[in-house]
Design a binder for this molecule. Structure first.
Ligand code: FES
Length: 313
């Protein structure tokens, strides 16, 4: 289910002024593209003439041209600006318009306003402020959006991993609500270490998972035991078709070098290897075995509203 608001739906570098990008997201079929000046636009991926996907067309100077009969649509308004076989004295009827969506770019993500009303509020990636080299990616996973968010709290190790780090299922504190997200921390250890056997343990690493109360941008931080950030990861999620989930992400390593980091971690940093992995193949058996504990609260706190299918710009 999709809540109205700003959603991060693509990486900025995936949208260009050459090839339209089709994105299925939150029950909407969208096409993203840029003009020559670099401004990004989002239209419904359906030509108002004969319903052909506009993503099959091409980007031209005045907008996006449908690949079937060549009508051209303005990116900002969705209005049809050109019909090739119109006589010189005929004008394009204003009702021939594609649905246009408000777009804002920030912190490496393209955000689209999904839902009714005037776009407002903070962008979901506003607290993602990368330093240095980033690691990015995108995929579609075979899991529903609601289940993906639930598993992010119940068992994030099923969905992602940090290089040379083993997540445990030991929660450090209770679930809490913070800046529009549900936050949970769990202990983690370096893979070179043995899992502590005592009941009360000081874990050398903390994995903090923050799942939004509305929207789909998940933040995950790997922290040192004194809660200083080592890796930050922002994963934009949204429902794709047929019970699948779209993901695109960006992450980076903070400058700080943890005191007890294994040599492999240090080498990986100097060789600029990705310090984390967002899984595109998810083990359904492992997910099914997760205890549904923190996600029970998430479901109660996350109030879904279906988006009305109408133009928002
Ligand atoms: S279907 Fe798009 S112009 Fe005819």
């Amino acid at each position: 289910m999709t809540t109205p608001g700003w959603w991060a739906i693509a990486l900025c570098e995936a949208v260009n002024d050459q090839t339209p990008l089709a994105v299925a997201f939150g029950g909407e079929e969208l096409v993203l593209f840029r003009n020559a000046a670099g401004q990004a636009f989002a239209l419904e991926d359906r030509c108002p003439h004969r319903r052909v996907p506009l993503a099959l067309g091409r980007v031209v100077e005045s907008g996006l041209q449908c690949g079937y009969h060549g009508w051209t649509f303005d990116g900002a308004s969705g209005g049809c600006t050109k019909i090739p076989n119109l006589h010189a004295d005929e004008r394009v009827p204003p009702r021939y318009a594609a649905r246009a969506f408000a777009v804002r770019e920030a912190n490496g993500f393209v955000h689209v306003w999904l839902g009714e009303g005037t776009p407002h509020g903070e962008l979901p990636s506003s607290d993602y402020l990368p330093i240095g080299r980033e690691f990015t990616g995108s995929t579609i996973v075979n899991m529903s959006h609601d289940q993906y968010l639930a598993a992010m709290l119940d068992g994030p190790e099923c969905l992602l991993g940090f290089a040379h780090v083993r997540l445990t299922d030991f929660f450090l504190g209770d679930l809490r609500s913070e800046q529009g997200r549900v936050v949970l921390e769990r202990g983690a250890v370096w893979t070179t270490q043995l899992l502590p056997s005592q009941f009360v343990v000081d874990y050398p690493l903390i994995v903090r998972t923050a799942v939004p109360l509305s929207g789909g941008s998940v933040r995950v931080d790997l922290l040192s035991e004194d809660e200083l950030p080592l890796i930050t990861l922002m994963i934009a999620t949204g429902a794709n078709r047929r019970g699948t989930t779209s993901l695109c992400w960006r992450g980076f390593v903070h400058d700080r070098l943890p005191v007890h980091a294994p040599l492999r971690w240090r080498f990986a940093r100097t060789r600029k290897q990705a310090p984390f992995q967002v899984k595109n193949l998810i083990d359904g058996v492992a997910v099914a075995a997760l205890l549904q504990a923190p996600s029970r609260d998430l479901r109660a706190m996350r109030r879904p509203h279906l988006i009305a299918a109408s133009a928002v710009v």
